[in-house]
Design a protein around this ligand. Structure first.
Ligand SMILES: [Zn+2]
Ligand SMILES: [Zn+2]
Ligand SMILES: [Zn+2]
Length: 114
């Protein structure tokens, strides 16, 4: 029960159909299996890498960071990723940031003192 939220599938925008009709116009959405909704573990937030669209930028593929859901689960105590500045993408390559995995945030250091 605890820790999961149902959200509208961003890849198909809740329609349950493949938005790009790659195989056929009747193809079901591969992200939500045609249900139109997906489940995300909390704490969740919109995927910064694809802007919550579920689509890998400039492609017709599912976003590799959120797997097409448009939402990602982030660490409970998180800080803005210093490597990508919170965009989730590497500046030069445009690939998902290696440090945060494209989340835009990293687990906050829990170490105390120095
Ligand atoms: Zn879907
Ligand atoms: Zn994404
Ligand atoms: Zn990063």
């Amino acid at each position: 029960m605890e820790g999961k939220t149902q959200k509208t599938c961003r890849f198909c925008q809740g329609k349950g159909k493949d938005p790009f009709e790659l195989l056929s116009a009747l193809s079901t959405c591969q992200v939500c299996a045609g249900r139109g909704v997906i489940e995300v573990k909390e704490p969740s937030r919109e995927c910064v890498f694809c802007g919550g669209s579920g689509v890998y930028p400039n492609t017709r593929l599912t976003c590799t960071v959120c797997n097409g859901k448009g939402f990602v689960t982030v660490p409970e105590k998180s800080v803005i990723c210093s490597s990508c500045g919170g965009t989730g993408a590497e500046f030069e390559s445009g690939l998902p940031c290696l440090q945060c995995g494209g989340l835009g945030v990293c687990r906050a250091e829990t170490r105390k003192g120095r």
